[in-house]
Ligand binder design. Structure first.
Ligand code: 5GP
Ligand code: ZN
Length: 115
């Protein structure tokens, strides 16, 4: 599985940087965002290093599909019952700060810090 030694999320996958883990399987890792915008804010990431959604192709469709498909169960398990929001910031104009594909999943009572 590909990893970038300079990538902060690859370091989280490798256990070199701690995280508050919510779920882990062969392909995906889910953990709480360190600076949450909402009462519940997790990041779903592929374990393999993919820099941005621009780099994904049909080959990644099952992986990206799995990321999205697990959101409802994650939110339910975390006590979110009134809806949630998914964001995938992509590239510079998409305001992507961490260059490893990730899906923000946010929920919980408003107001939220952002959005
Ligand atoms: P982006 O702006 O790239 O879509 O979002 C990156 C997210 O990663 C931000 O919400 C930021 O708070 C989160 N983040 C950055 N570094 C870390 C970290 O070391 N640990 C965790 N848990 N989240 C991080
Ligand atoms: Zn990475």
């Amino acid at each position: 599985m590909s990893a970038d030694p300079n990538c902060i999320f690859c370091k989280i996958v490798a256990g070199q940087i701690p995280c508050r883990k919510v779920h882990e399987d062969d392909e995906l890792l889910v953990f709480h965002d360190i600076a949450p915008w909402a009462p519940v804010h997790v990041l779903i990431i592929p374990k393999q290093h993919v820099t941005t959604m621009y780099d994904t192709t049909d080959e990644h469709a099952p992986l990206m599909g799995r990321m999205m498909a697990m959101a409802p169960k994650l939110m339910r398990d975390l006590g979110v019952t009134n809806g949630f929001r998914i964001v995938v910031n992509t590239g510079r104009d998409g305001m992507q700060e961490v260059q490893h594909v990730h899906m923000h999943v946010m929920g919980g009572p408003r107001p939220w810090i952002k959005g």
